[in-house]
Design a protein around this ligand. Structure first.
Ligand code: ADP
Ligand code: MG
Length: 332
């Protein structure tokens, strides 16, 4: 199978939004009047982001999911994506499964593949996504990291820490019974980009970011960009972990023998969650609840934005916790 054969067999599909898809030197995208293009790029590298033996269907899903998550964080509607692929070999069954995982998620979000590049080399997947955000009265409706204001509520969607829990179990660092491991692995391998929630939060959220590197670091980006501080109710977050067996102060249910500190570390520094963290003024609480319901996405209020800089962590009794949680950094 040659390069062009491979492209047309696995990746070339008819386009509906784009003016031109795969086959020429450029694809052509026509932004709708009154909209801006939101553009984001994310790369997945073997040995860094996934293991060599990862299921190719899951890998196709995840490669696009992490990119759609960036569109979600900006409140953008997905339109199209490009795929740059380095492959050690043209393996037909691997490519078929990868393309299936990729296109299942693409179709679910009506996001079409419009171009890319294919080369031989160590397995590496780089996707660029294009989305659309309305501009109303000259104002972009994109959700940005810069908009958090003192007094705003702080929210996260879904659950945090599950992906890291699965990774730690796979690495033999933590024990976890089978049913919980399956749930946690699904979060690691097949994350759900919160696209509908992001779009529903336009005009409601003051700032947003997707959680890819761990809450402490990603929240830190919002605080820095918005020049504010925050107080976080840590144990509210911990109780959002899908596998978390019970109230932090009580009996752990006897199922999962992790300490309170281990749970907190998973929730605060886990990474790979692809949930949304966002802020909204307190008068928007009903609107936030409505956006969560309309997008069928669980949302939890976990703290608030403060005028004084820095991040304060509180336990369930309102006591200060030391912040020694570090997020992921490729070069740290
Ligand atoms: P060029 O050499 O002009 O950059 P290529 O020969 O690399 O073009 O690609 C031919 C066409 O196939 C282009 O439209 C390109 O966007 C598309 N393409 C190449 N690789 C992929 C891929 N992995 N997925 C989707 N489209 C691809
Ligand atoms: Mg060319």
């Amino acid at each position: 199978m040659g390069e062009f054969d491979l492209i047309s067999r696995y990746f070339k599909r008819p386009v509906h939004h784009a003016a031109l898809g795969i086959g020429d030197d450029c694809a052509l995208l026509q932004p709708a009047p009154g909209t801006q293009l939101a553009i984001s790029c994310d790369m997945l590298v073997q040995g860094r982001h996934f293991f060599a033996d990862v299921n190719p269907h899951s890998l196709g899903h995840k490669a696009l999911a992490v990119n759609l998550s960036d569109l979600a964080a900006c409140g953008a509607k997905p339109l199209a994506f490009t795929l740059a692929l380095a492959l050690p070999e043209a393996n037909a069954s691997w490519l078929a499964a990868f393309a299936q995982g990729l296109f299942e998620l693409a179709d679910a979000h009506d996001c079409e593949l419009i171009g890319g590049d294919t080369t031989a080399g160590p397995l590496n997947i780089c996707i660029t996504v294009f989305g659309e955000v309305p501009v109303i009265n000259g104002r972009s409706q994109a959700l940005l990291r810069t908009g958090a204001r003192a007094g705003d509520d702080l929210y996260v969607s879904g659950t945090l820490g599950d992906a890291r829990l699965a990774l730690n179990v796979q690495q033999g660092k933590l024990p976890l019974p089978e049913p919980w491991l399956l749930a946690a692995r699904a979060r690691l391998e097949r994350p759900t980009p919160r696209v509908a929630l992001g779009m529903a939060l336009r005009g409601i959220a003051s700032a947003a970011i997707d959680l890819s590197d761990g809450l402490i670091g990603d929240l830190g980006h919002v605080l820095e960009c918005s020049q504010v501080g925050a107080t976080l109710q840590v144990d509210t977050l911990v109780q959002c972990i899908a596998c978390y067996p019970g109230p932090i102060a009580g009996d752990a249910g006897g199922h999962i023998a992790l300490s309170v500190e281990q749970w907190r570390t998973l929730a605060l520094a886990g990474g790979d969650d692809y949930e949304l963290l966002f802020t909204a003024a307190p008068h928007q609480r009903d609107a936030v609840a409505h956006a969560a319901q309309a997008s069928q996405t669980p949302v939890h209020r976990v703290g608030q934005i403060d005028a004084s800089p820095g991040l304060r962590l509180l336990d369930a009794q309102g006591q200060r916790l030391p912040n020694h949680y570090a997020s992921f950094d490729h070069f740290a």
